[in-house]
Design a protein around this ligand. Structure first.
Ligand code: F7E
Length: 328
């Protein structure tokens, strides 16, 4: 009998962790993950409550013993390190925690992996935020674009990216970086801009809210769907040789364009409802992202299944269903 592959996921209760767990279970994997202890148990596992067959234990990237114990007992073939303090603006409020988790946490994961199960393959959730203010002359960011991060979050992710490459070369480990551009879904936290806009626009359309306050509406982002991006993570770990891959749609839109699309879908004009609040403006902004994902498309055959419009429509439907039920 063929043995099922085993995948270990940190950040399994997050947007990407939940899609990845579902996807790997559908491929016949055994899936385990760690979650952090939280005083409100009820909301902690919302995204994975309905998914059957995940083996969960308490753990934290900053608690080396918890990672080693989990890896020792599960003995994974693949490790996906998705756990992070992932909010860029909040990384200014809690820069030290962000650095401990996103930088030192990656090192802790690599050390535990190297000691306990070095034959496994390792995926690190690296980010387009690492490029910061760098853009190639043709208007894209790609694997070779210099990294000049413009946020504490971006700086921590550059450390994670580099230490993953260092462990690959120094210890001949199968460590990989997915450099993922923004990716969204109905499971995105509603303090990220896409889901904040969709949730508020739906509430406004149903008479449940009057206005929406945003920060910089002239920032451009390359927005894909989390489901497509977790398939990329899995593809990256199916290769014989480790590597680093940009995952992006290659399209860019401003926050303003995104608002216009969402509000007009709900037969509203965003200019009647959206105002700017300096509270949401970042001390230093990353103005423009557009990724060139030719490498993963050519080498690994990765393809998108969602368009931007399809993804936003799915998010609108999600919130309409929730708030219409609440109204009844
Ligand atoms: O902001 C602008 C904001 O918080 C997008 C994370 O997954 O992607 C994400 O980071 C843009 C920025 O995502 C509001 O200034 C305007 O320009 O949705 P966001 P992000 O910062 O790009 C990267 C790739 C990651 O790795 C991160 O983990 O929207 N914006 N007004 C706003 N943003 C928020 N959150 N709230 C506003 O009111």
């Amino acid at each position: 009998m063929v043995k099922n592959k085993k995948a270990f996921i940190t950040g399994i209760a997050g947007q990407d962790g939940s899609y990845l767990a579902e996807y790997l279970l559908s491929l016949g994997y055994e899936v385990a993950g760690i979650v952090r202890r939280n005083s409100t148990v009820e909301h902690q596992r919302n995204r994975i409550d309905e998914i059957e067959g995940i083996e969960l234990s308490y753990g934290d990237l900053l608690d080396q013993s918890s990672i080693e114990n989990a890896l020792l007992s599960f003995q994974p073939d693949e490790i996906y390190n998705l756990a992070a303090q992932s909010h860029v603006r909040i990384s200014y409020d809690i820069p030290q925690f962000t650095t401990q988790t996103n930088a030192l946490g990656v090192l802790n994961m690599l050390e535990a992996y190297r000691r306990v199960c070095p034959k496994a393959k390792f995926y690190q959730a690296s980010s387009s935020e690492m490029f910061g203010s760098s853009v190639d002359e043709d208007g894209y960011q790609r694997e070779t674009t210099p990294m000049t991060p413009v946020s504490p979050y971006g700086c921590t992710k550059v450390f994670g990216y580099n230490i993953v490459r260092n462990y690959r070369n120094a210890y001949k480990l199968h460590t990989n970086n997915g450099i993922l551009f923004n990716h969204e879904s109905p499971r995105r936290g509603s303090n990220f801009v896409t889901n904040k806009v969709v949730k508020s626009a739906v509430m406004i359309s149903l008479g449940l809210q009057d206005k929406l306050e945003l920060g910089n509406m002239d920032a451009y982002r390359d927005w894909g769907h989390s489901y497509d991006y977790v398939r990329a993570m899995h593809l990256i770990l199916q290769q014989d040789k480790p590597g680093d891959y940009v995952v992006a749609t290659g399209e860019t839109r401003s926050v303003r364009d995104m608002c216009e699309y969402v509000f007009s879908k709900l037969k509203l004009d965003y200019r009647d409802y959206v105002t700017q609040n300096p509270k949401f403006i970042r001390p230093e902004e990353l103005p423009y992202l557009k990724g060139d994902s030719s490498k993963i498309r050519k080498e690994l055959g990765w393809e998108l299944t969602y368009t931007f419009e399809g993804m936003m429509d799915e998010m609108i439907e999600h919130w309409l269903e929730i708030f219409k039920k609440e109204k009844v």
